[in-house]
Every structure is written in C-alpha cells, then in structure tokens.
Design a protein around this ligand. Sequence first.
Ligand code: ATP
Ligand code: MG
Length: 468
Amino acid sequence: MIKKLIQRLFRRREDTLQTGPAGPKGQAARRGRLPSEPVRYSGSTEGVHREDVSNAALRTCETLQKAGFKAYIVGGGVRDLLLGLKPKDFDVATDATPEQVTKQFRRSRLIGRRFQIVHVMFGRETIEVSTFRALQTDAETDAHGRVLRDNVWGTEAEDATRRDFTINALYYDPVADVILDYHDGVKDLRHRTLRMIGDPATRYREDPVRMLRTARFAGKTGFAIEEATRAPIRELAPLIHNVPPARLFDEMLKLLQSGHSLESLRQLRSEGLHHGLLPLLDVILEQPDGERFIHVALTRTDERVLDGKSISPGFLFATLLWQQVRVRWNARVADGEQAIPGLHAAIDSVLEEQGAELAIQKRIMADMREIWALQPRFERRSAGAAQRLLEHLRFRAGYDFLILRCDAGEASAELGAWWTRFIDADSAERQTLLSEAPSGGAARKRRRRRPAGRKSDEGTAAPQNQEG
Ligand code: ATP
Ligand code: MG
C-alpha cells in the first residue's frame, strides 16, 4: 500500500519534469546553448529544509536578498542535502559583484585572482560567495584550451551552465524554499548518475582538474559516471601536466579529505589518471614496501572524516611520505650514521624533494617534520622523557601517528598500547607503567654515552626493520 503510494508519487514527479537524462535540455547544453527556464522544485518536498543549512549560509543569503540581490546556496551543499548527507560547507552564488558583496558584510574579504570570490566570516564559519559567471566563449586560454582567467560576470543560467556536473549545478533559495535546476541535476541524482554539463572533452580542456573531480565525486557518491563524461578522460589525462602544482595540490587534498579517499583513488586509477601524471599519486601507489601503511592510513583517514572529525593536511601528508623517510633513514643508519641525525637528514631530503614537486606549503611541511621527528621519542620510556613528550605541543598528532604505525605492523603493538594507557593513567599507574616499560632503563644508559652537546630529550631509537 505505502509502497504503491510512493511509486505513484515518484511517477508523478517524473511526469512533471520536461526532460529525460539526455532530454532536450541536456542536449542544448551539450551543444553549448543555454537552457531557457529551470525546473523548479520545492525544497521541503525534496527533503531540503532551511534548518539544514548553517546559520552563516542562511544569513548570507538573507542579507544579500534584503539588499536587492539574488542569492542561492549552490554546489556540494545542495547536492549533499538532497542525498541526505551532511554537507561539509556551504557556498553561495549571487548576482552581486564581489565589491558589492564585501559592502554587505562587516567581516569579509576578496580573494583569488584566476577566480575571484568573497569570503564572508561568521564566527568560525566561512561562506564562499561567488558572483554568477558568464560562459567562457572567448576566454583567455593557454595553448591547450585551459582557461586562465574567469572573472566575467553573467546570469544565473550561465553560471549554472559553466559548473562541472549536473548534480553540482543546483541552486537552493532557503528563504523562498525553492531549488532551481537548469540541467536535470535532480533527475541525475535520482538515477545516481554523474554527468558533466556541456561537451565533456571541451570542459576537461578548459580545466583539466575536472578529470580529478570526476574521480572524486564518483568515489564520494558511488554514482555511475555517464559514458560520455567518462570516455574522453583517458585520452585527455596528460593535460593534467599543464595545471599549476598548487592547484593540483588543493584538488588532491580535497580528494584525500573527502572521506572516500580509497574509492576515489581507485577511480583515478581505473580512469587512467594515475601513472606519472600526478606526482602525489605515484608517491601513494608506487611504494612497494609501504602499501599496507598507506592503506591503513587512508582507511583511518576516511573513518575519521566520516565520523565528522577533521584531518590536518600535515598529518595526512606525513602519512603519505613516511615510507620514503623510513627508507632513507634506514639507509643512513646502515651507512653508520646515528639514528637521530640520520632521521633529520632523511626528513630534510624528502621534504626538499617532494615539497617542491608536490607544492606543499611551508606551514604543512613544518607540521610533517614535527610529527616525524617525534616518532623515535616514543621509544624512550624513562619517567622524564615520557613526561616531556606528553607535554609536547604536538604530542597528540605524534601519538596518532604512532598508533597508525602500530596498526600497520611497523611499530610494536606493545608500544602503542603502553602509550594509550599512559595518557589516561593517574600518577600511581604511571609509575607502574614506567617500571614495566622495556626500554626505560636502556634509554637512560644510552643517554650517558651520548656525545656532549646533543639535546637530552632527543630519542635514540634506531629505525625499525622494514616489514612492509
Ligand atoms: P565538496 O562537498 O567536496 O566541497 P563541492 O561540489 O562543493 O564538493 P567545491 O570544490 O567546493 O565542490 O566546488 C563548489 C562548486 O563549484 C561545485 O559544486 C561546482 O558547481 C563548482 N565548481 C568547482 N570547481 C569547478 C570546476 N573546476 N569547474 C566547474 N565548476 C566547478
Ligand atoms: Mg564545497
């Protein structure tokens, strides 16, 4: 009975749509023409309510609308709400120019060059507000068709048409409770299809990063990639080389922090987007000894993100490059270098090489260095060393990293379990733990033999054997 009712309801809604997945509207966009009128849905009927959007996003829309502008929530926020997922953040699109936007909000600033937007700040939340963009018919491009500047303002319909996927081109007005759909995005959502707006090959040429986005959204939603959207990727993959490294870094970071990193990486591989194209991906996928570690690390990362927790870029990249550090560290120690200077030299060489190649920001590299440098200190379990480590500003990140190494079988499970107990123990329990610790005495003995001038709480543990 209820099932029948739902089926009837669903059929009625389908009837009201004027177009199929490859209907006239989709075809118009494929030919580069603009759709005339959007399909309008009631937000609440589709299960999207204004209570679901953040206060900051709602206030941004209300303020702009009160000042006489159009303002919608767009992109991933609307898509995720329609999918019943909790959006990561909310973006707003408006017909106000960036200057007009900044005038409406006390705490806001204009950012970006290639793509100018305004950040509006409410407490700890930032809303990205972008002005409707025009279609890029005679835009400034590089020799391969990559658009270099994208700051020509346009209409709402144009803005919708230059977005990447139909499911990312939905406009939700939380004040009027309306969703505007210019490209059958709602229908594609229902059919679980990832479809590029317009001619996919042209869209990939304009911006090759869109190929990575295809893999990311397929990984995230589990949707099937429409054939015409999938087909050109293999041939156009080398265009990724023309994208500035910093932009690739940002997009790869989004992919790795999506909560679906393993699935997205699998997608990248199956679309032929990995080998030799993305330096970071080579690092991740082509480590004969590190596969288990990376797998455990990305699985944990996905779990954390899906649990609503954040994962810092520094921690993430520390995990991705750790095997390289280990290999170089082991080689140095095998050559007779002492453990700690050997570790620091290995860190320097990895950061110097990969930092530039991957365009990792200095701030992130500093975090990675700290997390790595803390690792040998976990081996030293004398009362003083353990206490000092516990008080270290980055102890938590270092400890999380240690647990990862334990889970991957690279550090002993005993060590991780010991620290887990030590953190929560009261002082009597801590005494017991310290007296039970296997390396407490050894560390003290070794310290006496250390040459003068070295800092007393530096670890002494040599790198562990490679176990893969
Ligand atoms: P997420 O939830 O991961 O943030 P998102 O869809 O919001 O996903 P963003 O990278 O935040 O992704 O981009 C916001 C919106 O801007 C997208 O939904 C899409 O409409 C548009 N967009 C972003 N990057 C591109 C691009 N390279 N080409 C075309 N449109 C894009
Ligand atoms: Mg977003």
